[in-house]
Design a protein around this ligand. Structure first.
Ligand SMILES: O=P(O)(O)OC[C@H]1O[C@H](O)[C@H](O)[C@@H](O)[C@@H]1O
Length: 644
């Protein structure tokens, strides 16, 4: 009896036509009538399931059809796409072998066999890919690839300065690299030292920055920092202190900042603070800096003697650092975006200070970039990733990207990729000005551990994702492995979990990509970053969006500014009422009225509740649970404020 898998195995490109009740002509001529009808029934059943698998499908038959973005041409023409995952083991093995990508020098493999793209799809996508390759070539030559901001996009030059479009930029890259290496060496050797540390040298790094000015360094520290960082080299030191070589402050959360400062304790005196901000004006980073500077003052320390700035020349931060005479300043280039800045001073300086081999990181990235320059799709790993993303998400982000690295040290990879992918691809308008509402959601933590959290839903629940497994072949440094039961090591379990999860998901029609590296090294991590940077760039071309700006972020920032401005008005109104004799507590309506912002009453309520929770306003009557009952006043009258 012919089953659906038999029919499929007759062609690796088999893709059932939507909603047909007859098998296609590709079925074997020897198939009996009864087997055809059985096959067609199961085919129909499968198609019905596919439809319900895709609640966001753009089929007009689907009652919850997603709006078709204007100007977007998908090779699917928004028709429902059924599972094309190969089930026949022999055909699947053939697909695996045929599509396996290997980068010999990097020891990196990419397996796309568990994503069900078809030959027909490939054919349709080929012209789009050729256009994307051309766009990447232009970008690398210095085209204004970020037209909205009128900027070049040059992160690829950072690992191969010879590619820079002119010698000025090449020299800028090379001299920054030389300067940061020398600086890191001088800090590690103790040549550059803090003025009042009992150790007589820097022993710790505190990185202050947010978004692209934090996520890369955080990922790299987690992935690559040695257990014995060079700043903690002395044996005496190691026996008495925590050995974490870098701490991060990446939010304007006072409690979070206090926690980091408390963690540093007396080590603040020997902490090198690296303040990172491309724009040099990000309010959160400014707040964190002011908080850290206050901690220095409170401890009787001179911040300037321990501060380093990484920012664009002449930014607010740069000018502050210059005027205050900080220890060092390193440039952030206009043509490097925050989320692609890991190979600039942003990522390299903290890495070098932790004893991470930045030459190797750059070399890994350069090798990967080189591989990604081929215009042969099959041999271009970044293009293969982009192809899978397009197929898996219908080119409209209909499925989420789940990143599962089976290695604890890669825990922060998904967090890093969240910004790289979502800030780059999550766009309202295409390059042609049409509304597209593009993007791919990214999440994940670490494989193995996540098995006990959300893999249940991935296997059996809503099918709104595709997985990327990151496999690391080596368990432990050579000679350290041991068998915790006969023939089985701890790492064998992790390996088994990866393979088992991949198979179990596939068995339930959940597709996956697998990226395999030999070990987590500076070189392989550099290559991973470069792989994803390029995949994002190529994918952005496929869907015709600008991957290098982030206009949406501005809306939230602007709204936050408006909230703070309103808070100042609320404070002024409350202050005036609190300066009266007797003090006049005000209702929320009265506050809103006096602020000339009646339409903002809900926000005023939230401001009052926030101030009350922080002892900056007092509730005279009522409670925050029933907003209409509240009467509020300030604890004391600030006369200066009244006349300010
Ligand atoms: O480096 P900065 O200028 O301080 O910017 C930090 C972050 O700010 C915003 O959130 C941008 O959307 C991010 O792309 C950027 O990385």
């Amino acid at each position: 009896m012919a089953s659906i898998s038999h029919i499929r195995s007759s062609s690796s490109t088999f893709k059932p036509e939507p909603f047909i009740t007859k098998p296609s002509g590709s079925s074997s001529p020897t198939t009996s009538i009864s087997s055809i009808s059985i096959a067609s029934k199961s085919l129909f059943k499968e198609q019905a399931r596919c439809r319900s698998d895709r609640p966001y499908s753009l089929s007009p038959l689907n009652s919850v059809a997603r709006e078709v973005p204007t100007g977007l041409s998908s090779p699917f023409d928004f028709a429902p796409k059924c599972s094309t995952l190969e089930k026949d083991p022999h055909a699947l093995w053939k697909r695996y072998v045929d599509w396996l990508y290997q980068h010999k020098e990097l020891g990196l493999f990419l397996d796309v066999s568990r994503i069900g793209f078809t030959d027909e799809f490939l054919e349709k996508m080929e012209p789009k890919f050729q256009m994307a390759f051309k766009a990447m070539k232009e970008l690398e030559k210095g085209a204004i690839a970020n037209p909205d901001e009128g900027r070049m996009v040059g992160h690829y030059w950072l690992r191969n300065p010879k590619l820079a479009p002119n010698s000025f930029l090449r020299v800028q890259i090379e001299s920054t690299l030389d300067a940061l290496r020398k600086f890191a060496d001088d800090v590690i050797s103790g040549k550059i030292k803090p003025p009042s540390s009992p150790e007589g040298r820097f022993t710790q790094i505190l990185s202050v920055g947010i978004g692209g000015s934090a996520l890369g360094p955080q990922f790299i520290a987690e992935a690559l920092a040695p257990d014995n960082p060079p700043l903690k080299a002395s044996a005496d030191y190691q026996s008495t202190h925590n050995l974490v070589g870098i701490e991060f402050i990446d939010n304007t959360d006072p409690a979070g900042i206090d926690h980091q400062i408390a963690q540093l304790g007396p080590e603040l005196a020997s902490t090198l603070v690296i303040v990172i901000s491309k724009s040099g004006g990000t309010p959160e980073t400014r707040n964190c800096l002011l908080e850290v500077q206050k901690a220095f003052r409170d401890a009787g320390l001179d911040f300037a003697k321990q501060g380093v700035a990484i920012t664009q020349e002449n930014s607010l931060l740069d000018n502050t650092a210059r005027i205050e005479g900080w220890v060092a300043r390193f440039p952030m280039f206009d043509w490097v975006g925050g989320r692609t800045s890991e190979m600039s001073a942003v990522g390299l300086l903290p890495a070098a200070l932790q004893g991470i081999d930045i030459r190797e990181m750059l070399a890994g990235a350069a090798l990967m970039d080189e591989a990604n320059r081929t215009t042969e799709l099959r041999n271009n790993p970044a293009a293969l990733l982009a192809l899978c993303w397009y197929w898996a998400t219908d080119g409209v982000g209909s499925k989420d990207m789940v990143i599962l690295p089976y290695k604890d040290s890669l825990l922060l990879f998904s967090r890093y990729l969240q910004q790289l992918v979502m800030e780059s691809l999550g766009k309202e308008f295409g390059l042609d000005g049409n509304r597209v509402n593009q993007g791919i959601s990214v999440y994940g933590n670490k494989g193995g551990t996540d098995q006990h959290a959300y893999i249940q839903q991935l296997r059996e629940g809503v099918h709104n994702f595709f997985v990327t497994f990151i496999e690391v072949l080596r368990n432990r440094p050579p000679g350290h492995d041991w068998e915790l039961e006969p023939g089985v090591t701890c790492g064998d379990y992790l390996f088994g979990m990866l393979q088992g999860t991949r198979a179990a998901l596939y068995g339930n029609d959940r597709g996956s990509i697998t990226v395999t590296i030999q070990e987590v090294t500076s070189r392989s991590v550099g290559a991973l970053i470069a792989l994803y940077e390029r995949a994002v760039g190529i994918y952005a071309s496929l869907i015709n969006i600008n991957a290098y700006h982030q206009p949406g972020v501005e809306a939230g920032k602007k709204a936050a500014g408006e909230v703070l401005a309103l808070q100042k008005r609320v404070l002024a109104v409350l202050n005036e009422a609190s300066c009266k004799e007797p003090v006049e507590p005000l209702t929320l309506e009265e506050v809103a009225d006096q602020c000339h912002a009646l339409e903002q009453i809900e926000m005023i309520y939230k401001i009052v509740a926030h101030m009350a929770a922080n002892d900056r306003a007092l509730i005279a009557e009522g409670s925050c649970g029933s907003p209409r009952s509240i009467k509020v006043f300030l604890g004391e009258c600030n006369v200066d404020e009244m006349y300010a």
